[in-house]
Design a protein around this ligand. Structure first.
Ligand code: ADP
Length: 254
C-alpha cells in the first residue's frame, strides 16, 4: 500500500559490493534524523543485508488485517523497514528462487505492506537489472516514482556496469536523480593524506558524460561499516560521509 507515500527513490548499482545497501540505509537514517518519515524496502531477495546493517535481524514481520506491519527501528516509528530477511527462519537460509517467485514476493512487498504515511520510501535493489527491478517498475507505473540514485565505485569495472543501469533507466523511463561515487579515496587517520586506492573520478566523469547530476564522493571509511543501525550524520557529524549524506538529502528534498 503506497497510497500515502509521497516520494519513492530506487537505489541501484551495476555490481554487488559497491556499497549500495550502505548508501540506502545511511540515506534513510539521514532522512530520519532530518525529521522525515521514512520507509526502507530491501528487495535484494538473494542477499538481504538491510536487517544486518540496521541491527534488526532478530525482528519478525507481523500480519495485521490490513497487511504486513513493517519493522520499526525505534519507538518513534519514523523509519519503517521491510526485507525478506525478516521472513526467513534462519539468516543463513539461501533464497533459491526462479523469476516468478521473486516477482510475486516483490509485488507483495509493494502492495501488502502497511507503510502508512511516509515522506520517502527508499528501495534498495539487487545489483544489475533483473526480475526484481522489472517488477518494481511494472508495479509503480501508477505511483509517483521520483527516480533512481546509482551507486558506483571509481574503478572502470564498476562504472562500465553503471552504463547498463543508465540504459535501463532510460528504457523504463526512470528519472536518474544522480550518481554517488563510493569508496573513493582513503584518508589516513594519522597524516590526513588521501590515497586513491581505487582511482578517483569514475563516477563524476560518467555523470558529466551522461549529463546526470553528481551527488557526491564517499571516501573509504572503515567506521561506516561499524555504524550498524546508527546514522553517520549523528555518530560522525564531522566526517566527509556525513556531509555528503546531508547534501544529498538536501538536494533530493529541494
Ligand atoms: P552492496 O549493497 O553494494 O552489495 P554493501 O553496502 O553491503 O554493498 O557494502 C559492502 C561492504 O563494503 C560492507 O562491508 C560495507 O560496510 C563496506 N562499505 C561500504 N561503503 C564503504 C565505505 N565508504 N567505506 C568503507 N567500507 C564501506
Amino acid at each position: 500500500m503506497l497510497d500515502d507515500v509521497k516520494h519513492i527513490i530506487l537505489v541501484l548499482s551495476g555490481k554487488g559490493g559497491v556499497g549500495k545497501s550502505t548508501v540506502s540505509t545511511q540515506l534513510a537514517l539521514t532522512m530520519k534524523e532530518k525529521g522525515h518519515k521514512v520507509g526502507l524496502l530491501d528487495i535484494d531477495l538473494c542477499g538481504p543485508s538491510v536487517p544486518y546493517l540496521l541491527q534488526l535481524e532478530s525482528h519478525d514481520v507481523h500480519q495485521a488485517d490490513g497487511g504486513w506491519v513493517p519493522v520499526y527501528t525505534d519507538e518513534s516509528q519514523s523509519l519503517a523497514v521491510m526485507s525478506i530477511g525478516f521472513l526467513l527462519n534462519d539468516r543463513n537460509t539461501a533464497v533459491v528462487w526462479r523469476g516468478p517467485k521473486k516477482t510475486a514476493m516483490v509485488k507483495q512487498f509493494l502492495t501488502d505492506v502497511c507503510w502508512g504515511n511516509l515522506d520517502y520510501l527508499i528501495i534498495d535493489t539487487p545489483p544489475g537489472t533483473s526480475d526484481e527491478h522489472i517488477t518494481v517498475m511494472e508495479n509503480l507505473k501508477s505511483v509517483k516514482l521520483d527516480g533512481a540514485i546509482i551507486v558506483t565505485t571509481p574503478q572502470q569495472v564498476s562504472t562500465e556496469d553503471v552504463r547498463k543501469e543508465i540504459t535501463f533507466c532510460k528504457k523504463t523511463g526512470i528519472p536518474i536523480l544522480g550518481i554517488i561515487e563510493n569508496m573513493s579515496g582513503f584518508v589516513c587517520p594519522h597524516c590526513s593524506d588521501c590515497t586513491n586506492i581505487f582511482s578517483k573520478g569514475g563516477g563524476e566523469s560518467l555523470s558529466e558524460m551522461n549529463k546526470i547530476p553528481f551527488l557526491g564522493t564517499l571516501p573509504i571509511d572503515p567506521r561506516i561499516g561499524q555504524l550498524l543501525g546508527k546514522a553517520c550524520v549523528k555518530e560522525l557529524p564531522d566526517s566527509t560521509s556525513a556531509k555528503v549524506f546531508c547534501e544529498i538529502v538536501k538536494q533530493i528534498s529541494e
